[in-house]
Design a protein around this ligand. Structure first.
Ligand code: AHR
Length: 503
């Protein structure tokens, strides 16, 4: 295949927040993940220093917290102050100690060097409670909540810039599900109050790729919004840990990522917000989290069948299957690179993306008592956040090889090589993923500016599409070639993620 590009044809600026992450009070993400005072890696605040270092290594730009479904019944006031009130987490049906709350989250972000992004409770929460949270974090000392923050030992405001109203309140699986009218009204009233507390915040609202939902949301609350939040998971685990093989996953995901972005772009354009409101893909992962027999709605009769023993065995213990590192393979890395490439090719409107989640569950990092396992997805962030440049160029491709097949009874086709070209400081950094499970692919690069003489390739790979890392097992990692004279083309290994430096 051949790719043509020039610095004169740009898509836009790739915001570093495309390499963001998500952290929820679920399973071992908080307790036993980022926060574990009993760990030998714990610092004076109980945070795991090895996790903090790993997140700094991939230049984590932003972390969204505290949920996710968890937040839709979360009372933030229980998670601040000297005396924390425990509560029953109605989303995940476990006890929450509230030992980790707003101030701990802010402290964690400061140590990592990333922006905090707070998602508020649009389920049982009210506009008043959401704006009280902004008061607590961002007012210097006016009103009750800023004074509480100071009493809690934080003299200066936390200055949280990014806020979201609600999480997936469009769905029956969410506590506090709403219809599009209710949602537009709540987002408008919450936004008005939050922005009156601190007009410098940037506001997002939970959205979905649905016309009616966006028409109501944007006509009612569009003037108050800076972002629309959308979420996608492609391989759901409720009926099993892995439901599709490599090729099926490539076919399943190929077209849908870009169509989701195109449809939200169309809604924004139709309502006149294309140049005002950006897309935050603030939960994404190839794999949905594994939590059978919970979260999705159950009728009372169904819930009554879940007795103590069943709950222990078929709900709580099942969640530990997210910890099976063999699940996360080069398949996850190839998908994650293709997802980020799609965001880069649409970086004029997609300005944030949060991998879901950052640690444990389906995350890029797995914690255990003696250290960390870096799952294949982790290295995609290491390559992209450290090597890609700020400007994304348009590309013209010819003779692109494709993978074809039928999945869910629908013919699907996906480009075998997935490319995004970035430019900066007089050099190019090309994100190039080869989805072909068996064959290498050679790509010819025609840089119309004709200013390239040297090339170096950083390759993330393992022996097969199913290669994975685990405790005392490292099959997947990054290799770097020498700088070599650039002869106009590069060869990509099968099922590999690459960043090609051209200068
Ligand atoms: O499976 C985890 C859930 O996925 C998150 O809590 C929610 O935001 C999404 O539906």
């Amino acid at each position: 295949m051949k790719v043509t590009f020039t610095t004169k044809q740009k898509v836009g600026t790739a915001d570093k927040m495309l390499y963001g992450h998500f952290l929820e009070h679920f399973h071992r993400q908080i307790y036993g993940g980022v926060y574990d005072p009993t760990s030998k890696f714990a610092d004076e605040d109980g945070f795991r220093t090895d996790v903090i270092e790993a997140l700094k290594r991939i230049k984590t730009p932003i972390i969204r917290w505290p949920g996710g479904c968890y937040v839709s019944a979360y009372d933030w006031k229980k998670g601040v102050g000297k005396k924390r009130r425990v509560n029953y987490d109605k989303a995940w049906e476990v006890e929450e100690s509230n030992e980790f709350g707003t101030d701990e989250f802010i402290k964690l972000c400061r140590k990592i060097g990333c922006e905090p992004y707070i998602c508020t409770n649009g389920g049982t929460g009210t506009a008043e409670e959401m704006s009280d949270w902004v008061e607590y974090c961002n007012l210097k000392d006016m009103g009750e909540y800023a004074k509480q923050r100071k009493e809690n030992g934080y003299e200066e405001p936390h200055n949280v810039k990014y806020w979201s109203v609600g999480n997936e309140n469009w769905g029956i699986h969410e506590i506090g599900e709403k219809d599009s009218n209710e949602w537009g009204n709540l987002v408008r009233e919450a936004s008005k109050m939050m922005v009156r507390v601190d007009p410098t915040i940037e506001l997002s609202a939970a959205s979905i790729v649905d016309l009616d939902w966006n028409i109501k949301l944007l006509t009612k609350a569009g003037p108050y919004l800076d972002w629309l939040s959308i979420h996608s998971y492609w391989e759901w685990g409720p009926d099993g840990l892995k439901n599709h093989d490599y090729k099926e996953l490539m076919l399943l995901t190929g077209e849908e990522i870009v169509s989701n972005i195109d449809r939200v772009r169309a809604y924004l354009k139709a309502l006149g917000y294309e140049n005002k409101i950006k897309i935050a893909y603030d939960e994404w992962n190839l794999r949905g989290w594994y939590h059978p027999n919970s979260n999705m709605p159950m009728t009372t009769d169904e819930r009554r069948k879940i007795n103590e023993e069943f709950y222990e065995k078929e709900v709580l213990e099942q969640r530990n299957k997210n910890d099976i590192n063999e699940t996360y393979t080069m398949t996850d890395a190839v998908f994650s690179a293709a997802f980020l490439n799609t965001c880069l090719r649409n970086c004029d409107i997609v300005k944030m993306a949060c991998f879901s989640p950052v640690v444990n569950t389906r995350g890029a990092i797995f914690t255990h008592k003696d250290g960390l396992v870096f799952r294949p997805q982790y290295f995609v962030f290491e390559l992209y956040s450290n090597l890609l440049k700020d400007t994304v160029l348009k590309t013209w491709s010819e003779n692109v090889p494709t993978m074809n097949g039928k999945i869910n009874n629908k013919e699907r086709t996906v480009d075998t090589v997935d490319i995004a070209i970035t430019y900066g400081d007089g050099e190019y950094a090309v994100a190039a993923t080869n989805k072909d499970p068996e064959n290498e692919q050679t790509v010819e690069f025609d840089t119309l500016d004709g200013n390239v003489s040297m090339m170096r390739i950083h390759t993330l790979n393992g022996p097969s599409t199913e290669s994975y890392n685990d405790i005392d097992r490292t099959e997947v990692g990054i290799t770097v070639s020498e700088w070599v004279p650039f002869d106009g083309k590069a060869t990509l290994a099968p099922h590999s993620v690459n960043v090609i430096e051209l200068k």
